[in-house]
Every structure is written in C-alpha cells, then in structure tokens.
Design a protein around this ligand. Sequence first.
Ligand SMILES: Cc1cc2nc3c(=O)[nH]c(=O)nc-3n(C[C@H](O)[C@H](O)[C@H](O)COP(=O)(O)O)c2cc1C
Length: 202
Amino acid sequence: MKLLHIDSSVLGPHSVSRQVSAAIVDHLRQATPGLGIVYRDLASAPLSHLSGSHLAAAQGATPEAALQQDLAAGQAALDEFLAADIVVLGAPMYNFTVPSQLKAWIDRVLVAGKTFKYSAQGVEGLAGNKRVIIAVSRGGFYGPGTPAAAGDHVEAYLRWVFGFIGVRNLEVISADGIQVGPEHREKAMAGALQAAIKVAAA
Ligand SMILES: Cc1cc2nc3c(=O)[nH]c(=O)nc-3n(C[C@H](O)[C@H](O)[C@H](O)COP(=O)(O)O)c2cc1C
C-alpha cells in the first residue's frame, strides 16, 4: 500500500495544515505495517505554472531543452499520484483559495487520458481507486450557513477537483478560525489533531 503525502503551506514549521497532515500520516503509518510513504513539499520544490509550451509538448511538439526538465518534474508528480492508494494533502487557504503551488500541482495531475477522460456519457474520472484525506486550514470560518461560506474556494474546490477525477473516498479535516485569536487557534488545532488520530486505518 502506497501513501502520497503532500504539503503546500509556505509557512514551514508554523503551518497548521503541515502539522495536521503530518499527524494523519503518522497515525496511518503506525496503523499500517509496510505502508510506503512518498513525500512531496510543493512549497520548497514548486512545480512551475502550466504554459502553452507545456500543452504543446503534450500534443507532441518537441519541447525546448529548457522545458524538458520541467516536463519530467510534472510527469513525476503525475506518476506518483497515479501510484498512490492514499493521498494526504495539506491545503491552507490563501486569499480564499489554495496556494498557487498547489494549483500548479493540480494542473499537472488533472490530465485528460490519465486521470479523467471525456466519453459519450460525459466526463469519466480515472482515479477512483484512491482515498484522499485533506487537511484544510483557514484563518476564518467558512462552514455552511456562515456569512463567509461563499468565500471558500479551498474545500469546495478540492472536493470538486478530486470528484472530477473519480475520487469518491474523500475525507476533510479542517482547522478553522486560525487567525481569529489564540484561543480559537488552539481549539481548532486540538480538534483537527484529534480528528487526525481517528482517521480509519488503511
Ligand atoms: C498569504 C495568506 C493569505 C491568507 N488568506 C486568507 C483568506 O483569504 N481567508 C482566511 O480565512 N484566511 C487566510 N489566511 C490565513 C490562513 O488561512 C491560516 O493562517 C491558515 O492556518 C494557513 O494554513 P497554514 O498555516 O498551513 O499555512 C491567509 C494566510 C496567508 C499567509
């Protein structure tokens, strides 16, 4: 069984989503003998933004030498995603959505013919064999019925992204209100870390 652990916060050791994603992975590691873990840090080793040259290369154009290494990095990100049975993803909210580093990863992983395809029935997800666990951290509160609910483009977005490629087994652990004050931060962290150790074993 293979687990892919991805972080995308730029806040290093101060990051909430990193602490929560690490707690989920630690819990699963202890509960699952022989679990193979691959770690990808999108903040320290970011993928570049998708460009017209990337798309042209995907259509068969010969890439310039400078692009070749970058294409290989994107392919490696896709391959390790395809190989994973479980994906644990740290996803903070920056300006109401995911960090641009995470978006750049999504742009390399949502690839027609690899993780989804169009058919007569519409879109078909090709990555439905995975379990995805997302550790979301947000400065405010965005739950259903809250005034800011419509401003959440992290959880709703990621649910859509993974649903689009066929993932039905998706869990979200969120730490909300991180910037509201120290008390809220502590409570949210404690709640999320508690939820992390309750995640079902692989
Ligand atoms: C650049 C930046 C932008 C942020 N934008 C938002 C925002 O739009 N809404 C919000 O509720 N919190 C926002 N926050 C607060 C973060 O969501 C919160 O601190 C969260 O813990 C970040 O996750 P991390 O600690 O794993 O990086 C922002 C924080 C940073 C650093």
